[in-house]
Design a protein around this ligand. Sequence first.
Ligand SMILES: *Cc1c(COP(=O)(O)O)cnc(C)c1O
Length: 389
Amino acid sequence: MRLVYLDNNATTRMREEVLEAMMPYCKDVYGNASSIHRFGRQARVAVDKARQEVASLLGASSPEEIIFTSGGTEADNFAIKGAVHAMRKKGNHIITSSIEHSAVLNSMKALEKDGYKITYLPVDGYGLINPNDVKKAITDSTVLISIMYANNEVGTIEPIEKMGEIAKERGVYFHTDAVQAVGKVTFQAKDLPVDILSMSAHKIYGPKGVGAIYIKKSTKVDTIMHGGHQEMGRRAGTENVPGIVGLGRAAEFAKKEAQEEPKRLCELRDYLYKNIAQAIPDTRLNGEPEKRLPNTLNIGFKYLEGESIMLNMDMEGIAVSTGSACTSGTLEPSHVLTAMGIDAGDAQGSIRFSLGRDNTKKDIDYVLKVLPPIIQRLRDMSPLYEKGK
Ligand SMILES: *Cc1c(COP(=O)(O)O)cnc(C)c1O
């Protein structure tokens, strides 16, 4: 059976070159990057090189703006909790959106319990946040605005520059969760009105369990991990040297392929959508048609449950997802689709296809062969479909 992995927004397959780069640091170069002897120095050199590669991919002004973390989730926690802690004398109000990743949403929930006031901005039918809503929500006690660069479920790319400018005018820190944008959208952090940015290695063909936070020079973000003096005193804990080396190598490739690969994915993705829309009636495209990640396609199949579509595709070797990996298994409709005003029934029948560098046109043709009969079979069994006809 052909295996087709179309869940690259959940995680990606590590590149061979990344694994190769990591191997020496799992075996022979085992020194602690904080040690002064040659074992330690070798590890330090590798960590610093990776820092430069990540800084270059993100377009930072200097490598010192990059701090390594245990992943996107820690980067989001660090950004949000660290920034509001540093600013706590100024106020206790935070602005975010209703379609954030759970790493952001649940950080906000935790802060709410600690007495912070959170404004969750709405989105339109495409998942877009209106910059005017940001402007209106800012008060004298606002200390942070945290809005994702691109949404992981529907792929909508938010107007980060406009919102960042508004934050800058009002002297409020702006954080963006760029985990999905990195490698798919080109930007230079130094030119963006963004103070703090989160990224993760395993979404760009790097290893799991490592990520980074970009903190623009002179932005005050307190540490949330207390201990040793690693990472310039901003994030304690012995560095995950193999992971960091892997992230550096993945960043190098992401930069090299930033022009061509998104274009290729976009063509494949549009080919997939065009043919699904032609072959299957009663579908809807979820997300902004144009301002969208090049690899992401979220489709609603009317009258159906996403879970059963997903499981039937899995039996044919195709991996897709319903909503995000972090909220699947809860059986609740996606908070992103709900915020977009899509009714619970239609939200339930939505599937996310997220393409990656391994995917070829043959993979897509296989999906196009397998999917229409699955949908037809499931609809023939669906009581909703009977009523809807
Ligand atoms: C995957 C993801 C995260 C979490 O990153 P991890 O490295 O898996 O912790 C955060 N935000 C978004 C938008 C993501 O897609």
